[in-house]
Ligand binder design. Structure first.
Ligand SMILES: [Zn+2]
Length: 101
């Protein structure tokens, strides 16, 4: 549950810090980037709390992450890119068994 709440709270914090002017649209787009997790539907089991998503699911591959990073540099795709990068960072936290949270 903590993981999912981070996916809601962290984008909100980023929007509040950097995109105050357009926070509604920015937050909406960033929440929409959670749709990348639809690739989990291809996995079996669909959800496994002990699995590392990065490098496992089709849309969580390193070259896609590089692409999301590039998206965040272009004004038109910035919110999508930033949202996806945040998503990948949060997913990556799950890849380290040392639980500091
Ligand atoms: Zn994910």
């Amino acid at each position: 549950m903590l993981h999912i709440s981070l996916h809601l709270v962290v984008p909100l914090a980023v929007v509040g810090l950097f995109f105050k002017k357009d926070w509604k649209i920015a937050y909406f787009i960033m929440l929409s980037t959670m749709l990348v997790d639809l690739d989990h539907l291809l996995a079996n089991p669909i959800y496994d709390p002990n699995r590392c998503s990065i490098g496992f699911h089709p849309l969580h591959q390193p070259w896609f992450i590089a692409f999301y990073f590039i998206l965040s540099f272009y004004p038109k795709t910035r919110f999508i890119g930033v949202g996806l990068v945040i998503h990948m960072v949060l997913d990556a936290i799950d890849c380290y068994p040392i639980s500091f949270l």
